[in-house]
Every structure is written in C-alpha cells, then in structure tokens.
Design a protein around this ligand. Structure first.
Ligand SMILES: [Zn+2]
Length: 401
C-alpha cells in the first residue's frame, strides 16, 4: 500500500509506494485480529503534530519511533473486520478516535479514558492513517452519520479538541476569549458560537487568521502586537489586583493604610499598564473581563495576557502546549483571581464524539473556511509547505476518494 513514513531521523517524510498493510494481533499484514477493524482511508487531516514530526523537532525526535506511518486524523470505509467485531461492518463509513487504550486503568474505568495512562496514539506511537489502510480496535471506530461528509469526518480529531475545550469550560451566555486562532482556535470560535457563547473575542499575530476569526463570528479579533500599546490602569483598578476595574470605590481600609481584606498582596502598582486590547475587552464587559478563556496558542505571552483578560472567578481551559515551562503569575492569575483552570487533553470518549455529531448535524459549525486546502496524498510535501508558510490552515489529504 501507499504510506507516508517517518523513515529517517531527519526533516521530512518518505513516500513508500509498497508498504505492507498494517499488522494487528494476527501477525498477518492486512488481517484484523478478532476485535480489530481494517479501514481503507479516504481522507486524512494534516495536523500541527504532523508538522512537528515533519520538522523533527525536540519533541518529535524524543517521541516518534523511526519507521512509523504518520497521520492520525481520518475518514474512511471499513474494509475488513475481525471475527468478534459487532458494531461495524465492511462498507461502513467511519472516523475514529486515535488515542488507543486497553480500558483497564483507573481513568478508563472511571469515565476518563481520554487520559488513560496506557494511551498509544496512531501516527505517533504506532502506525497511522497517512496510508491506504489503517488498523484500529473496534472500540476506537466511530461510525459516520450519512449527513456528515468525509472532509468533516477527517477532522473530527482536532474538532474534538475544540469541542472538548469549549464544552468543559461551559460558554453558554458567556463572554469568551480564544487566544491563538490556529486550526483548533478557529474551530473553538465556531463551536463556542454554536454552543451559545454571547460574545467571542480572539487573538492571533497572523492577519489572515484574524480575518478568518472574524468571518467565523468573533466579535473582535485582536493582534496583541498591534493592539498592545499599553494603557495605564486607573488608580481604582490597581487596588483590586490584576488591574480589575470595579464599578464602585473600594471601602477605606480599616485603621488606615493596610490593604483591604482579601485584596491581593501583590497588586499591580498604581499606574501599571495593561495592553490596549485587554482594556477594550474590559470596557465591553462591565470592566470585569471575559467569563471564559480558551487558551489555544501555548505561547507564554498569550497565556499571561489571556489570564489578565479573564474576570475574577472566571474559567480558563488550556489546550495550547508551551514549548518549555512558562513563567506564570500563579498568585495573581489563579489564586487571588479565584480562577478555575482546566487542562484539556484529547477528547472525551465518547461524550465529545456525540457532542460533535450533534453540532455537525445542527448545521451551526462553519468548517469550510478552516479547511483551506485539499490535496492528493502524493502532494504531501506541498501540504507541509502550506502549513509552514501560514497560507494553509487545515489541509486535508485525499487518500482513496
Ligand atoms: Zn491532530
């Protein structure tokens, strides 16, 4: 079969026109074990993770076994099923969860299989879907509703990240800030709108992505570099920490000059500055800041500013992964703020998948502007070029169409 293989510990991927089909528990290529499913891949999404693997950065070289077939986002058709498979049959259109677990550890057994300790990821730890055929355990196969086209089925993995983030934070009737309008950030904007967010703000440093964010329904999309001209925090804000504005004057501290009860001890000094875009968000949210932060960039300044823009008692859901441990003001951003912070990893099995199906069938998700390019599998090098140049956002490869 054809496959994109990480054949060398170096930049790039190799096209193998004659790779044997995947081998499951039977030990015979192309033969699924009793509870395995062989899938003929129709379309496959190219992910930021694939770009790391292509570029062979520190993370990729420490994690990816050389020789692996890459790719983890797909839609396809069931080709063959093992003898004990009951839920799917040959000819059925499917997508699938790429995080594989034996469902035996504590988290799997308590409803949190998405963070199972034995998780192995297709295209990362074992052979993936940039190939004619992919082998998955039956549990991981998601039957595609007839009204959900392959091109959406092929991006349910990243869409699931966005849906899991948005649904975990809870956005209905709330103001939301999405920091980082990349693939998943843009998806989070349309998902948040579909899930009833009142107003969605977005930030990114790429003008094309900001334009897309607005097109997908962001109320405002800021470039924090262009809109970062700091404005002084008014004196009465600085007293409450984080530059939080208040609509009423603080009571005079008892006994003179001591800080009032509960006031953060490390309040920004009077005259400290916040970026102009955060000032604008505050001015449009009663002076409080947004109810919800969805952090999609992993960039330390974006994380820092996102928390500055979050209101006291707000909720932050963090999906973006910093390249190295960031310098983070835990005291003011989380403790004194009384913030709820959620780490988001993968997608819930299978709650997120049911939510995705419902959202896709609602017709309220706008994904067509996010999928900027569809290319045949053989043009994979161009797909990575488009990602690296920033011209492409989500790129879907046609494998067997
Ligand atoms: Zn992905």
């Amino acid at each position: 079969m054809r496959a994109l293989v990480k054949a060398r510990a170096d930049v790039g991927l190799d096209f193998d026109a004659d790779r044997p089909p995947p081998t499951g528990s039977t030990g015979t290529p192309g033969e699924p074990g009793p509870r395995e499913v062989l899938i003929k891949v129709r379309k496959a999404g190219v992910c930021g993770t694939d770009r790391h693997i292509w570029e062979w950065d520190a993370w990729a070289s420490s994690r990816i076994p050389v020789g692996i077939v890459t790719g983890h986002e797909f839609a396809g058709v069931v080709e063959k099923v093992g003898a004990a498979v009951t839920r799917v049959s040959p000819g059925q259109r499917v997508s699938g969860e790429g995080h594989i677990t034996d469902f035996l550890d504590y988290n799997s057994r308590t409803g949190n299989a998405h963070i199972a300790s034995d998780t192995r990821i297709i295209g990362v730890d074992r052979d993936g879907c940039f190939a004619d055929y992919l082998l998955l355990p039956e549990e991981n196969v998601w039957p595609l509703h007839p009204d959900i086209p392959d091109r959406y089925g092929a991006i349910m993995d990243p869409l699931g990240n966005a849906v899991h983030t948005v649904m975990s934070a809870g956005v209905s009737a709330k103001t939301v800030l999405v920091t980082g309008a990349g693939i998943i950030g843009l998806m989070a904007i349309t998902v948040a709108k579909a899930a009833g967010a009142a107003r969605v703000y977005a930030t990114d440093t790429n003008p094309h992505r900001l334009e897309l964010a607005r097109k997908l329904g962001a109320f405002r999309a800021f470039n924090p570099i262009e809109h970062g001209n700091a404005v002084p925090i008014p004196t009465h804000w600085a007293q409450s920490g984080e530059g939080r504005p208040r609509s009423f004057p603080l009571p005079p501290p008892p006994g003179g000059t001591a800080p009032s009860e509960g006031a953060p001890k490390s309040s920004p000094p009077v005259g400290a500055e916040v970026p102009a875009w955060i000032d604008q968000i505050r001015s449009e949210t009663r002076g409080d800041g947004v109810d919800v932060l969805l952090e999609m960039s992993g960039a330390p300044p974006a994380i820092d500013q996102g928390f500055q823009a979050l209101r006291m008692g707000g909720t932050a859901a963090l999906l973006g992964i910093p390249a190295s441990p960031p310098n983070f003001d835990l005291t003011n951003h989380v403790i004194f703020k009384g913030a709820t912070v959620l780490g988001i990893n993968g997608r819930r099995m299978w709650e997120t998948w049911y939510q995705m199906e419902n959202l896709l069938l609602s017709g309220r998700l706008e994904l067509d502007d996010i999928i900027t390019h569809e290319l045949p599998l053989e043009d994979y090098a161009r797909a990575f070029e488009l990602m690296q140049s920033g011209e492409g956002i989500k790129i879907v490869l046609g494998v067997n169409e």
